[in-house]
Design a protein around this ligand. Structure first.
Ligand SMILES: Nc1nc2c(ncn2[C@@H]2O[C@H](COP(=O)(O)OP(=O)(O)OP(=O)(O)O)[C@@H](O)[C@H]2O)c(=O)[nH]1
Length: 243
């Protein structure tokens, strides 16, 4: 079959093409359509957990779609989004699992922990109980997640500074007690530190991949979504995992 016909047929019905007498593609269009998308160098899964209403969905949607919903529905079970990103010259296909904060979904959500290479544990800096729930979430991590998973604690809703009840120091102290856990505060609403959460987590995950460790690209790290800083100042340097 004529390869040009193949291209037209696959593209048929899309975006305002005329019904009869298909115009020939220009050389440039033809070339553009033939190029398949570059396959991902790495496919990674990360999971977002934390109590109800802390902003897990909002963080995910701010990162994947740059949107924020003032009154979104509670997640039922598990939802996910995919975002491709460039990091250190590698194409990363990131699958983000957004879990329900309600306890009654724990039996469903726990099934997603095992394959996650990174875990984002979120609390709300304006809600004491979401911080007090953290040990409960750590138990879930200990029980269901891989020991190799990178951990990041996020105090969300930083834009609500006047309603803050959990100090930054409390968040830092909690994270410091968990071997290898990083910490930052963020605002999904104001889009503060959201890209950094994912970039930092993926960067840490890549550092653990055996192939990557010997790769000289490590010396020239570039986080493509954010030209600078490479390591956000909010995040402390990694600590070795030990108890
Ligand atoms: N002010 C402010 N509100 C936020 C922020 N992030 C989320 N919210 C609001 O908090 C509420 C809950 O947000 P969600 O993203 O649905 O929270 P969730 O953790 O996914 O909730 P569950 O699915 O029930 O577990 C919504 O009304 C959001 O608009 C933030 O950074 N600042």
């Amino acid at each position: 079959m004529d390869s040009r016909y193949e291209i037209l047929r696959r593209g048929g019905g899309f975006s305002g093409g005329s019904a009869g007498g298909s115009p020939a593609l220009t050389g440039a269009q033809s070339r553009r359509r033939k190029i398949p998308p570059r396959p991902a160098d790495h496919k990674l899964q990360v999971i977002i957990i934390g109590s109800r209403g802390v902003g897990k969905t909002s963080i995910m949607e701010r990162f994947t779609d740059d949107t924020f919903c003032e009154a979104c529905k509670s997640t039922v079970g598990v939802d996910f989004k995919i975002k491709s990103m460039e990091l250190r010259g590698k194409k990363i296909r990131l699958q983000i699992w957004d879990t329900a904060g309600q306890e009654r979904f724990n039996s469903i959500t726990s099934a997603y922990y095992r394959s996650a290479k990174g875990i984002i544990l979120v609390y709300d800096i304006t809600k004491q109980e979401t911080f007090e729930d953290l040990p409960k979430w750590m138990k879930m991590i200990d029980k269901y997640a891989s020991e190799e998973a990178e951990l990041l604690l996020v105090g969300n809703k930083l834009d609500c500074e006047t309603d803050r009840v959990i100090t930054r120091h409390q968040g830092e102290r909690f994270a410091a007690r968990i071997a290898g856990m990083r910490f930052c505060e963020a605002s999904a609403k104001d889009n503060f530190n959201v890209d950094e959460i994912f970039l930092k987590l993926v960067n840490d995950i890549l550092n653990k991949l055996p192939m990557e460790a010997s790769n000289s690209e490590l010396c020239n790290s570039i986080l493509s979504l954010q030209p600078e800083p490479e390591v956000p100042p909010e995040l402390p340097p990694p600590r070795p995992r030990c108890c």
